[in-house]
Design a protein around this ligand. Structure first.
Ligand SMILES: Nc1nc2c(ncn2[C@@H]2O[C@H](COP(=O)(O)OP(=O)(O)OP(=O)(O)O)[C@@H](O)[C@H]2O)c(=O)[nH]1
Ligand SMILES: [Mg+2]
Length: 138
């Protein structure tokens, strides 16, 4: 799977597991992506209150993904999860054009955080199946 191999490449250590942080605005699709990767049922996905941990195994490598809720009230708690993170995945809802700026602003704030400096970042342009979605390269 492309995303899992990308995450594996982001993290070049010899260790056999990594801690990955999934962030992005509410409704971006973080939990859905993880459930799909884990072959889970995406019909039952509801907004994440707090956080959810999903373990994914890729070619013998374990990714422990911390999926944090993106609702505005929860965002101040994102920083509590920065410590010991090996990579950060930031998910954009490309179909929600009204909130692209808000999402970009949150990402900019994140990148100013000292604990995140040097942590590999993967930006995921989600919801590309929707006709009005902004293409990933934009
Ligand atoms: N069309 C489309 N819908 C998607 C996609 N990914 C997620 N969704 C839908 O987007 C909605 C929100 O998905 P979630 O996975 O709950 O979003 P989240 O980022 O985890 O949201 P929070 O937990 O509130 O931070 C759900 O209705 C999903 O079915 C996608 O790639 N395409
Ligand atoms: Mg969620």
């Amino acid at each position: 799977m492309g995303l899992l191999s990308s995450l594996r490449r982001l993290y070049r250590s010899q260790a056999d597991e990594a801690r990955i942080l999934f962030l992005g605005l509410d409704n971006a699709g973080k939990t859905t992506i993880l459930k799909l990767l884990a072959d889970g049922d995406i019909q039952t996905v509801t907004p994440t209150q707090g956080f959810h941990i999903q373990s994914l195994i890729y070619e013998g490598f374990r990714l422990n993904v911390w999926d944090i809720g993106g609702q505005r009230a929860i965002r101040p708690y994102w920083r509590n999860y920065f410590e010991t993170t090996d990579a950060l995945v930031y998910v954009f809802d490309c179909a929600d054009r009204h909130r692209l700026k808000e999402s970009g602003d949150e990402l900019s704030l994140l990148l100013e955080e000292e604990k995140i400096i040097g942590v590999p970042l993967l930006v995921l342009a989600n919801k590309q199946d929707l006709r009005h979605a902004l293409p990933a390269d934009e």
